[in-house]
Write a protein that binds this ligand. Structure first.
Ligand SMILES: [Fe+2]
Length: 180
């Protein structure tokens, strides 16, 4: 289940309802899917064939379509990252810059872990959302953030979009960025 860490105070927020309430106060959508629906052999697999990717998307088809319908997302795909990904370190370096988009950034984690670093309201500052399989998050448009891997450096996630232009990252130079 997702956990939040507020960088200013080191405060951690745990438990689905607490996390949901905090994220809602920051205009971030948090939902949860049943990751155990995934065939056991895919629950810990990070190098995927096209067929396995299709199986994962088919497993969560109802959840994806329900979310897409409620939030206006029109397209989705599946990404997997691990140490088997070419140039993973370079990719991570590129990821780890605060930016914004002109549409929501949506990630539904189906295996592994990931972390969003998000600029919260003035009273909160930057906070981390640590995600694991089953966690679904939507960071609203124009909200400064970045997304990266955690120590295990393994993730499979569904990404949902409204349209392709929304994927573009706009750098967000922030003198107030809290790097830890
Ligand atoms: Fe982003």
């Amino acid at each position: 289940m997702a956990e939040v860490r507020i960088r200013n105070t080191e405060q951690r927020i745990q438990g689905e309802e607490n996390v949901r309430a905090f994220l809602e106060s920051q205009e971030v959508l948090y939902e949860h899917w049943n990751a155990a629906k995934l065939p056991a052999e895919l629950q810990n697999k990070f190098v995927l064939t096209d067929e396995e990717k299709s199986t994962i998307l088919a497993t969560f088809d109802d959840e994806i379509r329900d979310l897409a319908q409620r939030r206006g997302y029109r397209t989705w795909d599946l990404i997997s990252l691990s140490d088997a990904t070419p140039n993973l370190d370079e990719l991570l370096k590129k990821f780890e810059n605060v930016h914004t988009h002109t549409e929501d950034e949506v990630r539904a984690i189906t295996a592994g872990r990931g972390i969003f670093i998000i600029k919260g309201t003035e009273d909160v500052g930057y906070f981390d959302v640590e995600l694991e399989a089953g966690d679904v998050i939507s960071v609203p448009e124009h909200k400064a953030h970045f997304f990266t891997l955690m120590e295990n450096r393994q993730i499979v996630a569904v990404r949902l979009f409204i349209e392709t232009e929304g994927w573009i990252a706009h750098p967000y130079a922030d003198a107030e960025f809290q790097s830890k």
